[in-house]
Design a protein around this ligand. Structure first.
Ligand SMILES: [Zn+2]
Length: 261
């Protein structure tokens, strides 16, 4: 793992949750995802939550998905709250705030959220909780699950915000990508129901749409530490299960990557 104490403060941080992306789907499409997988493969991990709301509270609390293995020594935390009395790894970044978002803000970062799925819409009190972690948060109808070009719209919004941010300002940009979440059948012509196939097509769309964002981050003064992962998978009929917010391997097992842009 990288030494997070040399990353935080010197790098911009880009965190992208590919909402609902299954690990098996991500692996099947690795060769077709040059932006997400150009520098390496997906890691197989376990998510701390079976649906968006639970998982993102854990992530913002510093609990990233954990390696899907029984070797606890490999489960080194990138982020950990300070003064817990627990022994932490020297490469783990410790924060004094209730969550990493305000922790980054305390280090001088501007924190921005670009929402995707329903828990980021800010349309009711519950849907304001997750965006409320951030100094700036945005959601538009065309960022949501019903728009087949949602990722392009999210990325274009991010590019506008980047234009308004000084290239040397420390930035924590979080984006919840909605396109892979259902409904995603419209990424396969003629398909009427979501499936592994249509999720694969959605992921190919997302990879392409993220290209301009990665390019823009590369143009900033600091290097960018990029975390990309799924918050949970979803079931398409396996063992009779459908959807997520339930306990099944296709829900708990998620793809995870970290890399420098
Ligand atoms: Zn989700």
């Amino acid at each position: 793992m990288p030494d997070m104490n040399t990353i935080v403060g010197s790098h911009d941080i880009l965190m992208i949750t590919l909402d609902t992306l299954r690990y098996d789907v991500a692996k099947l499409e690795e060769q077709h995802c040059p932006n997400l997988c150009g520098s390496g493969s997906w890691e197989k991990r376990h998510t701390p939550g079976s649906f968006t709301y639970a998982a993102h509270h854990a992530f913002f609390g510093g609990f990233m998905p954990t390696p899907a293995n029984t070797d606890k020594a490999s489960h080194i935390r990138l982020f950990h709250s300070r003064n817990t009395g627990l022994k932490t790894h020297p490469h783990t970044w410790l924060f004094d705030t209730p969550d990493i978002v305000s922790g980054f803000a305390a280090e001088g970062y501007r924190t921005i959220c670009i929402g995707g799925v329903i828990f980021f819409t800010k349309k009711n009190a519950l849907a304001k909780v997750l965006p409320g972690y951030f100094q700036q948060s945005y959601w538009r109808m065309n960022f949501g699950v019903t728009n087949p070009r949602s990722t392009e719209n999210q990325v274009n919004h991010a590019l506008k915000l980047l234009d308004q941010t000084a290239p040397d300002e420390k930035l924590f940009l979080f984006m919840n990508v909605s396109a892979i979440h259902g409904p995603n059948h419209y990424y396969v012509e003629g398909a009427r129901a979501d499936s592994v196939e249509s999720q694969r097509a959605a992921l190919r769309y997302v990879d392409k749409a993220l290209g301009p964002l990665f390019e823009a981050m590369r143009g900033r003064e600091r290097p960018t530490f990029c975390l990309v992962f799924s918050d949970h998978g979803t079931a398409y009929g396996e063992d009779g299960y459908h959807g997520h917010r339930l306990a099944h391997d296709v829900v708990w097992t998620v793809p995870y990557r970290e890399f420098i842009l």
